[in-house]
Design a protein around this ligand. Structure first.
Ligand code: HT7
Ligand code: ZN
Length: 850
């Protein structure tokens, strides 16, 4: 399993301007004929090298003649005379037997493809690298009854009937694209059709293809698609470029969705939603993912990546774009809080562990392992910082220049930064280190006041990460403001401080009264901030900072300090926290969604992240105690919140916020008094007219040892057992339960007849839900680790990508107390020793142990 290095990039030896594909589609055996127009690129006499994966050529022709060819490992090597040739190959593949879900595979009676990153080589021999762009013409033949709908990229140009009940369709995509954006779908699907008129007045036909019974659940995704098309025109000046945009939903999918040109393929969980079956969170995620895939049409498809090391070029930028879209469609500050919470929950631990890598990695063994929170979410923070540094107008000029310069090309992260630099006249030399250096910077900030001057002392350090030490200072944009300690009002304007040195001082004149430091407002930089602000100051900031993020941050910091001190053996300090929570809840100017975010006690894994050495039992105990102090201090306040009104069919941000706060209150009520809490949660479940409330009630019940729990879970199972996406919730809710007996329940669920190792959603619902449940997964017996390791070994034989994604929870072993550390390491070693390990799991496990 040799690594590939970024420094070894070389341009392709041959280009392929045209690709013609002919598919004789059958679930058990599909014949693929390909005709590639190849042209020599540069002055060399090397043979043509085409990648394959589990392929054997049935025939190979060059310019119509049988060719001499050899196989070098998986590569097909063909000598080419002259500078141009038509290379034809024929292979047979077995979609039904494709459990990796890469290439052409079967899902619930459909045939569909997933080619990013290197799946196209499982369909036909091809260079299969993103810097080889071609025009595609695709013919599909299939049984008409079984597969009445035949879709591919671009436009349908011809259809017709054939013998034996078969039919065919021909599709052409006028835009040159890399092979990873190729897609086809064949199946018995029905469309939800709509249209969108672009800013230049072109009508685009839109269709979301699903099973007939799912059609009523496609309205939300369709609305999100039209909103995204409009938003990209208004905010980035980007217009859709084909006359047709198709989306297909499939049940078996390794990821969220895929941006194939003109034919997006989605995990059905990011398309299907109605009030009965989807939570508010699901609705938001659907809109975010639909937008994300749509935005890729420009940031990814029109301008693609030169090589996979540049993945963040399209993913970081596109995540940033979808985050801003969601901020504009809902509550700006709450969305920012959610995005930062995700970054901290997933990316910070990644950056602080054995799998840490730069946003633009230097090497990989298996590129699928690099679809990470670092490449996606930290990558998005880099784009956001550039916008902060350049300001909105110049940032837009930079993106215009980037799209104009590189349209139709395969570009690099450097190209993006250069376009930003050129359009704005800002020097981003030092900023580039964000792409190179892994690890989350630690920023220390202290404010001192004397003689009317406030002096802000700043310093930064970047921790060592695997393969990287002695790092250079980063260019860190910190939004800073000072607040009057007495009134809580801001003094002067917010300032953008660029921290570029290891140590730096910033002064504020005319500060004649005691002030509070509000820093990293809006989370302007993805850093760990350490300040010497006292609890009293944080309490004031939590009550009055005019930056909603900073306000949220102050209340979270207050809780986190008390929690980590308690885990370290101090008595739990709750007074300031309780008062901050009360003030937040009583403040009528704050919206309910914000309140819900600000008063939630940090999760056990977030607390663990702050500790040198994690003892999950102590963390659990401290967190429970803090929740209990808050719940016991103001039970009436929480009981009153249970009466917040929000009808299930109201999906406005306001109604969602009220549901969220009401459900946080329900959980606090049960913390205060589990017995009445169980009854209230059961009645909340019974009365619910929407899935958000049902899931929230089950979430509360899941932790309680009460008869209501079993009754509600059984009822839920009976009602939704035939609805795959809803049943996933039943699995994950139980996997996240902290009640006694939860571990045994998860073990039993792993043998449940509805558990299915082959379906990534089901596998993730149980196992990733479980692995995020720190208290139970890290049971001192090591049984949690054993279950996960068994599952990884079993899943690896079917679907290496999905198996590899389950390794990181074990990779955190060095952070735990000695006993668990050994058990976790042992589990990793057992996986490492398993027969026939895929390179996906090999890479994750060996780096985790290394
Ligand atoms: N660009 C898409 C990546 C993706 C993917 C990667 C590896 C294996 C399977 C996959 N399915 C989709 C998703 C996105 O970021 O939009
Ligand atoms: Zn993406």
């Amino acid at each position: 399993h040799a690594p590939v290095f970024r420094k070894d990039y070389e341009p392709p030896r041959f280009l392929i301007p045209e690709v013609e594909l002919d598919f004789d589609l059958r679930a058990a055996k599909t014949r693929v004929k390909s005709a590639l127009t190849v042209t020599r690129n540069g002055d060399h006499d090397e043979p043509l090298r085409l990648a394959g994966d589990e392929l054997r050529p049935l025939s190979v022709k060059v310019d119509g003649e049988d060719a001499r060819w050899t196989l070098d490992g998986d590569d097909l090597v063909i000598p080419i005379e002259g500078d141009r040739a038509i290379v034809e190959t024929e292979v047979e593949i077995a979609p039904d037997a494709n459990s990796q879900l890469m290439g052409l595979y079967a899902s619930g009676g459909l045939l569909c493809t997933q080619c990013e990153s290197e799946g196209f080589r499982r369909i036909t021999f091809h260079p299969d690298r993103p810097d080889v762009l071609s025009r595609y013409k695709v013919t599909m033949h299939a049984d008409k009854a079984r597969y009445p709908v035949l879709l591919a990229n671009g436009n349908e140009v011809e259809t017709g009937d054939e013998d034996d009940g078969r039919h065919y369709a021909v599709w052409e995509d006028p835009f040159p694209k890399p092979s990873y954006l190729f897609a086809l779908v064949a199946g018995d699907l029905k469309p939800n059709r709509d249209h969108f008129t672009t800013m230049s007045g072109r009508k685009v036909d839109l269709a979301i293809w699903v099973r007939e019974k799912d059609l009523p659940r496609t309205a939300h995704a369709m609305k999100a698609l039209k909103d995204s098309m409009k938003w990209d025109e208004e905010v980035y000046g980007r217009e859709y470029d084909l006359d047709l945009f198709n989306i297909v939903a499939v049940d078996d999918f390794n990821f969220g969705a895929m941006e194939n040109k003109g034919l997006n393929i989605f995990n059905s969980r990011y398309i299907l939603a109605d009030q009965e079956t989807a939570t508010d969170n699901d609705f938001d995620n659907i809109a975010g993912v639909v937008a994300h895939e749509y935005f890729h049409n420009w940031s990814g498809n029109r301008v693609t990546c030169r090589d996979w090391f540049q993945l963040s070029l399209k993913e970081g930028f596109t995540v940033f774009r979808d985050q801003c879209f969601s901020q504009d469609m809902g509550s700006e500050s709450v969305k920012r809080i959610e995005d930062v919470r995700l970054l901290r929950a997933v990316q910070f631990p990644e950056d602080n562990g054995p799998l840490a890598h730069p946003v633009r990695p230097e090497s990989y063994i298996e590129i699928s392992n690099f679809y990470t929170a670092t490449v996606y979410n930290k990558g998005a923070e880099l784009i956001r910082m550039m916008r902060t540094i350049l300001r909105e107008e110049k940032f837009r000029a930079g993106s215009d220049l980037y799209f104009e310069r590189h349209d139709g090309e395969a570009a690099t992260c450097e190209d993006f930064v250069k376009a930003m630099e050129d359009a704005s006249g800002t020097d981003l030399s030092q900023f580039r280190r964000w792409y190179e250096q892994a690890g989350t910077p630690i920023v220390k900030a202290n404010l001192a006041q004397a003689d009317g001057i406030a002096t802000l002392k700043l310093s930064q350090s970047i921790p060592d990460t695997p393969g990287q030490s002695d790092k250079q200072p980063m260019a860190i944009p910190l939004k800073v403001a000072l607040l009057s300690e007495q009134s809580g009002n801001r003094i002067g304007e917010e300032r953008l401080v660029m921290l570029t040195e290891a140590e730096q001082t910033e002064t504020f004149d005319g500060v004649d009264e005691p002030v509070l430091l509000s820093i990293n407002r809006g989370f302007s930089a993805p850093v760990r901030l350490q300040t010497d602000r006292e609890d009293r100051e944080l309490q004031l900031l939590a009550a009055s900072d005019d930056d909603p993020f900073a306000r949220y941050e102050a209340s979270q910091e207050l809780m986190m300090r008390a929690l980590t001190a308690a885990v370290g053996g101090d008595p739990l300090r709750t007074e300031a926290v309780v008062e901050a929570v009360r003030k937040t809840l009583e403040n009528e100017a704050l919206d309910p969604a914000f309140k819900a975010e600000a008063i939630v006690v940090p999760s056990e894994s977030m607390i663990g992240e702050q500790l040198e050495e994690i003892d999950p039992d102590k963390v659990h105990e401290a967190r429970i105690a803090m929740r209990k102090s808050i719940a016991d201090a103001m039970p009436e306040l929480f009981t009153d919140l249970l009466d917040l009104e929000a009808s299930g069919d109201d999906l406005s941000p306001d109604a969602k916020g009220r549901r969220k706060l009401r459900n946080v209150a329900l959980a606090m009520t049960a913390t205060h008094d589990p017995k009445t809490g169980a009854a209230k949660a059961k009645s909340h479940y019974d009365k619910a007219d929407n899935m958000t409330d049902r899931v929230a009630a089950l979430g509360v019940l899941s932790h309680l040892d009460a008869p209501e729990r079993e009754a509600a879970f059984d009822h839920f199972y009976d009602r939704y057992r035939n609805d795959t996406l809803v049943l996933d919730k039943w699995f994950s809710l139980q996997a996240m339960s902290q009640r006694e007996g939860a571990l045994e329940a998860v073990e039993a669920l792993s043998c449940h007849p509805d558990f299915n190792l082959k379906n990534p959603n089901r596998l993730r619902a149980l196992m990733l839900g479980f692995a995020s449940n720190q208290f139970v997964f890290h049971h001192a017996s090591g049984r949690g680790y054993k279950l996960l390791a068994d599952m990884i070994i079993a899943a690896d034989k079917l679907n290496p990508q999905v198996a590899a994604r389950m390794v990181p929870p074990l990779g955190r072993w060095r952070r735990f107390e000695p006993k668990r550390r050994e058990l976790m390491k042992g589990a990793l070693e057992r996986i490492a020793a398993a027969d026939g390990l895929s390179k996906d799991v090999f890479e994750q496990v060996s780096k985790s142990l290394g």
